[in-house]
Design a protein around this ligand. Structure first.
Ligand code: GLU
Length: 457
């Protein structure tokens, strides 16, 4: 059977790095198993779901290197869910309830004060036909609950009923169905909550592995019961830990914090995001992988920790610098052209500056320095100015070879007696206007004799 996974966000906001973790866990799992990846939008909440968010999620996934084999929208599949509802009703495991949220709230409070778990007490099952008729004549519409299989013969006497599965990430898992309320599957207005459409789609789309955040562990107990009620074999489940900030805060699509869009805007490379999103909170070292194939070779869902994966966004910059440092010119070329960096000097320029970049776009700063000269000329003491005049007079004639920097500074050392920082810092400041930066031995050939002499203070 072809391994089939899905990434199923609701399109109610931009995805963040935590959502990227889920998407990538699925994508890498599919890569490692020659499987299929379905992009499924859980957009049954029509009030909050927006096409523009679905589009932006696809854009963000492409940016990360994820190209789904199929894209589905739940809002277009309501007939299929309606058919499943009929099957559940026929099997007498879906029942109508008429309570208002206030009534339910009150009941929960009463149960709590009696020391009972605040689960739904299945009162709707005890309604007489007259009471139902009265609700209906009052204009109340029912919502529909799934009768969890947690009793022998009397649903009003639930008993401990364990659902077990062997979780891809967490190992043996158990949920007791008696500890849960019968979930509402269909709202008063006939719209669907997430629980049923998800199961129906997983069946219909041949999903073999459901990999998602561990906030869904309890849902899985319920959903396994639903798979069984629909006479389908449940898929394999895997629940990964969620990402939190260093202070332990969760991420939210609504706030936009650490959204893929904002990270892209900050100049973070997709592979820095992907490497951190996948490797943090696992037993693997968080190191920058060059591409998703390399990341896939480090990916093992079972090596994921069970506790929350705390991460510091600054780690993204560390990974970004590593990626810049090793990025071959062939990979940077087109992006540099867009930044106005092209021509014969583009390649040696890239090799000279990449080790100093936090972000690729910062190459522009160095290109300006190389091309036009220091943006803010440095101030020199009289002594340093004299030194520099002497030094520039010793600049070798062209043609230059690969040792021009060494030859030049050798002559300067001999003539002035200066060495170390006293020799290099004034030269660096004169040539670049900056106290630190790429190796001057690499920059000098880019300036040429004329460009260098133009920097004589
Ligand atoms: N729409 C659900 C969510 O975003 C999907 C969970 C699942 O993968 O089943 O949490």
């Amino acid at each position: 059977m072809t391994v089939t996974v899905r990434f199923a966000p609701s399109p109610t906001g931009r995805i963040h790095i935590g959502n990227a973790r889920t998407a990538l866990f699925n994508w890498l799992f599919a890569m490692n198993n020659k499987g299929r990846f379905i992009q499924r939008f859980d957009d049954t909440d029509i009030a909050r779901s927006k096409q523009e968010f679905a589009d932006s999620i696809l854009y963000d996934l492409h940016w990360l290197g994820i190209f789904p084999d199929a894209t589905e929208y739940q809002s277009r599949r309501v007939d299929i869910y309606d058919a499943a509802v009929e099957r559940l009703k026929a099997a007498r495991v879906l029942y109508a309830c008429y309570e208002t949220p206030e009534e339910l709230d009150l009941r929960r409070k009463v149960r709590r004060t009696r020391g009972l778990p605040p689960v739904y007490g299945r009162e709707a099952l005890t309604l007489t036909p007259e009471q139902v008729a009265e609700y209906q004549s009052d204009g109340r519409k029912p919502h529909w609950r799934f009768l969890l299989p947690n009793f022998t013969s009397d649903p009003l006497q639930p008993e401990r009923t364990e659902v077990h599965w062997n979780d891809l990430v967490r190992g043996e898992e158990t949920v007791d169905l008696a500890s849960l309320s019968d979930p509402v599957l269909v709202r008063e207005d006939g719209t669907y909550l997430y629980t049923l459409p998800s199961v129906v789609d997983d069946i219909e789309m041949g999903v073999t592995h459901v990999i998602r955040g561990d906030d869904h562990v309890t849902n899985t107990g319920v959903q396994i019961a639903l798979f069984q009620a629909l006479e389908a074999e449940p898929p394999v489940f895997g629940h990964h830990n969620l990402l939190t900030t260093v202070s332990g805060e969760g991420l939210s699509k609504r706030t936009g914090a650490l959204s893929i869009e904002s990270l892209r805007g900050d100049g973070i490379e997709p592979m820095a995001v992907a490497s951190l999103a996948v490797l943090v909170g696992t037993s693997e070292n968080v190191a920058a992988a060059h591409d998703l194939a390399e990341l896939a070779s480090h990916f093992d869902p079972a090596a994921t920790s069970k506790s929350a994966a705390k991460f510091d966004p600054d780690e993204l910059f560390v990974l970004n610098r590593t990626l810049m440092h090793h990025m071959p010119f062939a990979e940077a070329r087109d992006r540099l052209i867009v930044l106005g960096i092209s021509g014969d000097r583009a390649e040696p320029f890239w090799l000279a500056v990449r080790g100093n970049l936090d972000r690729l776009a910062d190459a522009v700063v160095w290109w300006r320095i190389v091309d036009q000269g220091p943006q803010e000329p440095a101030e020199f003491s009289g002594e340093d100015r004299d030194f520099l005049h002497q030094a520039f007079d010793l600049l070798p004639e062209e043609p230059w070879n690969g040792t021009v920097w060494k030859d030049w500074t050798g002559k300067i050392r001999e003539a002035t007696g200066r060495k170390g920082k006293a020799l290099f810092m004034p030269l660096r400041l004169a040539l670049t206007g900056q106290p630190s930066g790429p190796e001057l031995a690499d920059l000098l050939p880019l300036l040429g004799r004329e460009g260098t002499m133009a920097r004589r203070p």
